[in-house]
Design a protein around this ligand. Structure first.
Ligand code: ADP
Ligand code: MG
Length: 277
């Protein structure tokens, strides 16, 4: 699976696209209802992978219903911490063995028709995004609950950015990119410096921090120290994708892989790009 690449995403538009993709795959006797209760604001998501995941769940629901039935997808925020997607269908529900083994690669009850790779793929995507996936049954069918971290995209294209990076040359490079995008920038080389600036400056719109920093504390430590009302955090790193720190970082915040260019940066922090999607 490819690395998650979260970008500023408008959930409503992603769901409209999903309707267009899913519609033609459903037989005449099936309906798909999508209810979106997310605020009308861009969030950071890998919309391609999330859409693939939801489509996989919809196809499973279709297969389970066998020709006639109803699929309902509801998307809503939970405690401003999660984006919760619940997918219900009116099929027979998950079998006992599917509930126990559904996330294991190659588990399928569809014989030669099935690959048994749909749910594991969705599970991996959700886990590496720092979320959670659950299978269950309700009175009249199956229920899949997907939770993804709720991270509003930075809505100001000209806000103040706290740039935390210990390498002087890199810091200068990223600072110039940010200024080029219309941001103002203040800089820190360590987590301690960053915390001090945050305490002093109430209008920081975004924190962009390297994982490896000057001193003991890393960008991950900085993430843990941030108060709940802190501005959004984006981490940057050149660590390999299978590094444990990189994996831990993905679960905490969106991660920009170095080297990145202004396009990668814009995709994360400038929702004006949404218009171009
Ligand atoms: N909505 C659902 N209702 C009932 N069973 C389901 C549902 N979705 C998935 N399953 C069960 O989980 C198994 C694994 O699903 P998946 O990993 O997508 O592989 P595949 O669709 O190729 O079988 C399915 O074969 C099926 O038994
Ligand atoms: Mg499947």
């Amino acid at each position: 699976a490819r690395t998650l690449r979260p970008t500023a995403t408008h959930i409503g538009r992603m769901l409209d696209d999903l309707t267009l993709l899913a519609g033609p795959t459903l037989p005449a006797g099936m309906t798909l209802d999508i209810a979106n209760h997310m605020p009308d604001q861009a969030v950071l998501l890998d919309s391609g992978l999330v859409q693939d995941g939801l489509l996989n769940l919809i196809l499973n629901a279709r297969d389970a219903c066998g020709g006639t039935g109803r699929i309902t997808l509801e998307v809503k925020p939970v405690h401003e911490t999660w984006i919760e997607c619940t997918l219900r269908d009116t099929g027979p529900g998950f079998s006992k063995s599917a509930l126990a083994h559904g996330f294991e690669p190659f588990f399928t009850t569809k014989g030669a028709e099935g690959s048994g790779l749909g749910l594991p793929m969705v599970y991996d995507m959700v886990k590496s995004a720092g979320g959670d996936l659950r299978l269950s049954n309700v009175d009249d069918g199956a229920l899949v609950t997907m939770r993804l971290p709720y991270r509003p995209a930075v809505s100001a294209t000209t806000g103040l950015v706290l740039l935390v990076e210990d390498a002087d040359d890199l810091r200068a490079l990223v600072r110039d990119m940010l200024i080029g995008l219309g941001h103002s920038v203040i800089e820190a080389a360590s987590a301690d410096e960053a915390m001090a600036l945050l305490a002093d400056l109430p209008d920081i719109a975004l924190i962009l921090s390297d994982i490896q920093l000057m001193g003991e504390a890393t960008g991950l430590d900085l993430a843990k120290r941030l108060p709940p009302d802190a501005p959004p955090l984006v981490l940057m790193t050149s660590l390999p994708v299978d590094d444990t720190q990189f994996l831990a970082a993905q679960a905490i915040a969106p991660v920009l892989r170095k080297p990145f260019d202004i396009k990668d940066l814009t995709a994360l922090i400038a929702p004006s790009e949404l218009a171009a999607q």
